[in-house]
Design a binder for this molecule. Structure first.
Ligand SMILES: NC(=O)c1ccc[n+]([C@@H]2O[C@H](COP(=O)([O-])OP(=O)(O)OC[C@H]3O[C@@H](n4cnc5c(N)ncnc54)[C@H](O)[C@@H]3O)[C@@H](O)[C@H]2O)c1
Length: 265
């Protein structure tokens, strides 16, 4: 991933896991914003890392302070990453050794930092990241986000996804572009058809037909499954595929570095 034109937020960046992460991201060329408590070593650590690294003093539970830090990051470059390491441990007893009840305030503080703080950082960063990932609309007919090309001809919407580097995997930018394109499709009843990238379709079709059919069935059927039964129901569909001749052929072909010869049984 090219991070040289991206900003990244690392919370708890003045110490430990956060500091180590910030160093790695800065070495990859990202504009790193360290978020940590005002009394922390954040400023000194940002200076030490140098380059495009800066410090934003904020308690992760403070909505306004984290929003300011996120703004600092997005002003430097589109926000592409957040690594949330701020947190605290602490042993809190239900019952003290002398028989008195454990402390409510400390319990609340630990939960507040670790749970509310996490939620606060993720929600604010996610909004900024989503804004950075939206496709730029370049005209009424065509929107292009770099990885997803959307073209419209009368009632046909063609969505082209650039070839993913790793088989069927898509990155966040592509997913955002695709989601926006599908939103357009959903919101317009005049669009009769969408054509996904044929290369992606070919990549899916290259998988064993039993596995593709089972996966499709699981995706379609699972919407109605009670949560407690999800694994068992999924196993009912996937176990026969695991036990099939095609499953053995897939493993063998992988070992022999050749395309598999699917039989459909
Ligand atoms: N290091 C480990 O092996 C390990 C294992 C499991 C869990 N954890 C958890 O991962 C997190 C990071 O671990 P670490 O070893 O880097 O810890 P650390 O104590 O070295 O770093 C945590 C950083 O978070 C900052 N911080 C604490 N509260 C904050 C708040 N309210 N707002 C902003 N910043 C705040 C601290 O100032 C500190 O710089 C901690 O929550 C820790 O409990 C760590």
């Amino acid at each position: 991933m090219d991070l040289s034109n991206a900003s990244a937020i690392v919370t708890g960046g003045a110490s430990g896991l956060g500091l180590a992460t910030a160093r790695r991201l800065a070495a990859r060329g990202a504009h790193v914003v360290l978020i940590d408590l005002p009394g922390s070593d954040g400023a000194a650590m940002a200076d030490e890392i140098g380059g495009k690294t800066s410090f934003a003093a904020a308690d992760v539970t403070d909505a306004a302070a984290v929003a300011d830090a996120v703004d600092t990051a997005r002003r430097q470059a589109p926000l592409r990453a957040v690594v949330h390491c701020a947190g605290r441990g602490g042993t809190v007893r239900v019952l003290e050794r002398d028989g008195s009840p454990g402390p409510l305030e400390l319990f609340e503080t630990v939960l507040r930092v670790n749970v509310i703080g996490t939620w606060n950082v993720l929600r604010l960063a996610a909004a900024a990241m989503a804004a950075a990932g939206r496709p730029a609309v370049t005209g009424p007919q065509v929107a292009f986000s770099g990885k997803v090309l959307v073209e419209r001809e009368q009632c046909v919407l063609t969505i082209t996804i650039s070839r993913p580097e790793v088989r069927n995997a898509i990155d966040a930018e592509t997913a955002h572009g695709l989601a926006a394109a599908l939103e357009e499709l959903d919101s317009d009843p005049g669009l009769a058809a969408a054509r996904a990238d044929q290369r992606l379709a070919r990549a899916i079709a290259a998988n064993g037909p039993l596995a593709v059919a089972a996966t499709k069935r699981i995706i379609v059927d699972s919407a109605d499954w009670p949560r407690a039964e999800e694994f068992a129901r999924q196993r009912e569909i996937s176990e026969p595929v695991r036990a099939s001749q095609d499953a053995r052929e897939g493993a063998l072909a992988f070992r022999e570095k050749r395309p598999p010869r699917w039989q459909g049984r």
